[in-house]
Structure formats: C-alpha cells, structure tokens
Design a protein around this ligand. Structure first.
Ligand code: ARG
Length: 493
C-alpha cells in the first residue's frame, strides 16, 4: 500500500484491517469519485486565477486531473487503506506529479468542505434525473387517463365500494401526487445545489479564495455561506431522502392497487408479462413481482432516512466523523429512485385495463345510493340526514325499489315518497352510474367533461415543469463546459 499523504507525518503505527475497514468510506465514495475530480479541477482553476498556485504547478496538476476526468479515476485510488477517495486521489496525484506540485492542490481546503461539495453536486444530479423521470411518469398517467375518461369503475373507501369514478379520475389523482413530489424535490434542489467550498475545515481560510468562482464553475446556484454550517450540515441529504421517501410511498400505494387489481378475483388490470414472474413449482402462476418490489422500496428508503437523521441528531458543531456514516444511507436511499419511477411508468403504459370488469363493478355495493339520497334532497327538499336514513334503511332491508323506500320514508319522514310524486323510473335514473358521474362536475370531480379539462390543465403544468428542468440542466452544462475550457487552457499554458 502507498502511505496516504494525509496520515504520513503526524501519526504512527500500522493500522489493523479492522481499524481501516471502520474508518474507510471508500465503498460509499465510489458515488462521488468523479465529482471529486470536478471539485479538484474547480478549486485548482480558482487557485490559479487568484495567483495562489503558480501556473507551472497548476499546469502539471491539471494535466493529471484532466486525464482522470477523461479516463476515470484509476482503480488504485479506491484502495481501502486510504481513508477515503479524497486521500486516494490526492495521493495518486502527488505520486504522479511529485510532492512539490501535488502538495499544492489542497491549499485553503479541507476534506470537510471537499466532501460536502462532492455530496451536494452528486445529489443534485441524481435529483435532476428523478425530476425528469417524474415528468415521464406524469406524461404516461395523463395519456392513459385520456383513453379512459369514460371507463367507469368503483371508487373505494376502506377498500369497500364507495361511489362511481372513472379510471381517468383515479389516474389523475396519482398524477397530482407525483406532481407535488416533483415540486417538493424541485424545491429541495435549491437547497442542495449550493457550494460549501472555501469553508475549509470549519473556519474558512486566510487565503484569498474566490468562493463564488468555484461555486459557479461547479454549476451551483450559490455558496453555502457560513463556513461551519457548510461543513457540518447534512439537512440537504435528510431532505432529499425525505422527499424520495414520499415519492416511494406514493409509488407503493399505486403498486398495492395494481397488485389488488391484477388478482384473479378483481381482474381490473392485466400487467404485461415483462413485469411479472412465475412460480418454480406452480405452472399457472403469473405474479406481480415488479409491483411488489416497488411496493417494498418505501420501506428501504424510510430505513435510510431514519438512519441518516439519527446519525446527525445530537452532533456538536462542526464536522464530526459520524457524518461520513450518513453517506451510505444517502446513496442506498436515493440511487435507485429514478429507476423505480420509470418502472412504474412502464408498467402502467403497458398494462391492459379491463373496461368490462370495471364497469361491472362500478354500480355494485350501493355505489350510487349517495346520489339517490342527493336526489331526494335536491328535488323533494327532504333534509339530507333524513334522506340518508331513508336510503340506508332500504339498503338494510335489501331493496331500493319504491315500495321499500316508501316504508322507510314513512318511518323517518312521516310520509311516503310516492306521495311526493317519486316514481320507480326516477329512482332508477338516480341510481344509474352515469348520473352519479355526470353531476359530479365540480373542479376536480369525475364527470367526463371535467376530467377532459383537467387533463388539458395538467398538461400545461407538466410542460412548465419540463422547461424548468431543462433550464437547470442547461445552466449546469454551461458551467461545466466553462470549467473544462478553463482547465484545458491551464493544462496548455
Ligand atoms: N470521508 C470523510 C467523509 O465522508 C471526508 C472528511 C474527513 N474529514 C476528517 N476531518 N476526517 O466525511
């Protein structure tokens, strides 16, 4: 093993494997290795511009950094005997350029602000991927909804038939949930995409660093100002985990429905074979395994979230090594969320929804009795609670025909419905699924026309969100382009 440049002078004695394995963050640092090269390049560009590092030294160092940028961080840098990837990369750079050159990269910097910056820019990129995936999912939901504006189905409360809705209305409910997930993550992005660089260990540094310059070169929207906050805070990680935990909780609810809907006694949906598995013993089986695993993912991320906040809880200012232990939970929690969102979108897009089965259930279980009670209120001025009692009593007696309703009405209202001019035909009309749906045309209701308009409005929102992400992407790409241009110029000086 190469003796790491950080430890060399101050401390003595070989570490045991146990000590090394506890201390090393190398496995989790695989997530930030390429970010670390960018952070090194931005810091060196700034040190050169500020004339803190001489151009000749900068040139030699930058050539090595650009080589790492182009061909990837060499595998030796990941030797677990280094405490982390920062020590690994610095040791390799120093061995390649000599200590007189390599030893200058860390001027005015600590691994504390370095790691915090790497974590933030990596997390920001992951959030952007997730935001894009959420827009793809929303797009799928809107286009499947559009095909099912008149596909009637029962809406449930307590998993009991409640009132008729349409599949489109049901899908729009999820679209709104995922659109709020988008808003939450987009808002978190603002707080994640800040640069701690220049804060050094905790108290910043006496070198004339240009913090705004490094922030800009890394595509960060601003610097994280207070130097102690910048190195000690991990609320950006907690917040991202929390936002993603909500995304996965919403995904989990949808998957639970797909699992129920695809069961043989419900048969509302047939999932595409690609998303299903079979049994090693029961030849007939088609199991919704993808939906099941997506349902379980919320559990995993909640564990990661609780681990992260519990590690940070109670830590005194400023940096403590405990913070390193947050990182594996962050990556475990957020790395696969983009994939999960895309899988749900693919599963919905390829699913076959069974219109006949949904329609067959839409009017069952008394789903339209609310509308019958409402008709008694609207057209015959019966108080709602009395109408509710009359219809409820008839349901208990097992029939909604006029004779049964009349008996109930005499008991609860003192007169029969027939005496008010109510006919069997009127009752049938009130109990029709389409009546129930079409009168529920308030904003956000299931009436087909209302849903058609809602889809138009939701598409406009979606377009706005898509533009917002592409602007963010563009700004970051421009910054990184500038970083590379300046880095290459220094390498060629
Ligand atoms: N690997 C460390 C982390 O992830 C980097 C910072 C180490 N700083 C220190 N003072 N030991 O937190």
């Amino acid at each position: 093993m190469t003796r790491d440049v950080v430890r060399k002078a101050r401390l003595f004695g070989e570490r045991t494997e146990d000590i090394e394995s506890l201390l090393s963050s190398m496995e989790a640092d695989r997530n930030i290795a390429s970010s670390d090269v960018l952070v090194d390049m931005a810091h060196l560009v700034m040190l050169t511009r500020q004339r803190i590092v001489h151009e000749d030294h900068a040139k030699t160092l930058m050539k090595e950094l650009l080589a790492m940028y182009e061909s990837g961080v060499p595998s030796e840098a990941f030797d677990p005997s280094y405490e982390d990837i920062h020590a690994g990369i610095e040791t390799i750079l120093t061995s390649r350029t000599g200590s007189d050159v390599g030893g200058r990269l860390h001027i005015g910097r600590s691994r504390n602000d370095e790691v915090a910056t790497c974590l933030r820019i990596r997390t920001r990129d992951i959030i952007l991927d997730q935001l894009e995936a959420l827009t793809r999912l929303r797009k799928v939901l809107l286009s499947v909804a559009e095909e099912h504006i008149t596909t009637v189905m029962p809406g449930f409360t307590h998993l009991q038939h409640a009132q008729p809705v349409t599949l489109a209305h049901h899908l729009l409910a999820y679209e709104q949930m995922f659109s709020r997930d988008f808003d939450r993550l987009f808002d978190a992005f603002r707080r994640v995409n800040c640069s701690p660089l220049g804060s050094a260990a905790l108290a910043s540094t006496g070198y004339p660093l240009d913090r705004i310059c490094t922030a800009h070169l890394l595509g960060c929207d601003q610097i994280l100002e207070n130097s102690m906050d910048a190195v000690a805070s991990r609320d950006f990680a907690e917040e991202t985990l929390a936002c993603d935990a909500i995304v996965l909780t919403n995904i989990s609810r949808f998957c639970e429905e797909l699992i129920i809907w695809s069961s043989s006694f419900v048969q509302f949906v047939t999932l595409d074979d690609r998303y299903c598995s079979t049994s090693s013993i029961m030849p007939q089986k088609k199991n919704p395994d993808v939906a099941e695993l997506l349902r379980s993912r919320a559990g995993t991320i909640l564990g990661a979230f609780v681990s992260a906040v519990t590690i940070v809880k109670g830590l005194p200012m400023a940096y403590n090594r405990d913070l390193q232990d947050v990182n594996p939970h962050l990556w475990r929690g957020i790395s696969e969320v983009r994939r999960d969102i895309d899988l749900l979108a693919g599963m919905i897009e390829s699913a076959q929804f069974n219109r006949d089965r949904m329609a067959a259930e839409a009017g069952k279980g008394g789903t339209t009795t609310t509308e019958l009670a409402d008709t008694l209120v609207r057209e015959y001025n019966i108080p709602f609670r009395t109408a509710h009692h009359i219809v409820g009593r008839a349901v208990r007696d097992g029939s909604l025909d006029l004779a049964t309703l009349d008996t109930a009405a005499v008991e609860y209202y003192g007169k029969s419905l027939s005496s008010l001019g109510i006919t069997n035909e009127k009752i049938e009309n009130a109990l029709a699924v389409n009546t129930s749906l079409s009168v529920r045309n308030l904003p956000g209701g299931p009436a087909p026309e209302t849903v058609r308009n809602a889809i138009i409005e939701r598409r406009k929102e979606l377009e706005k969100d898509i533009c917002m992400i592409s602007e963010k992407r563009k700004r970051i790409a421009e910054s990184l382009h500038e970083l590379l241009t300046q880095a290459r110029r220094i390498a060629q000086l």
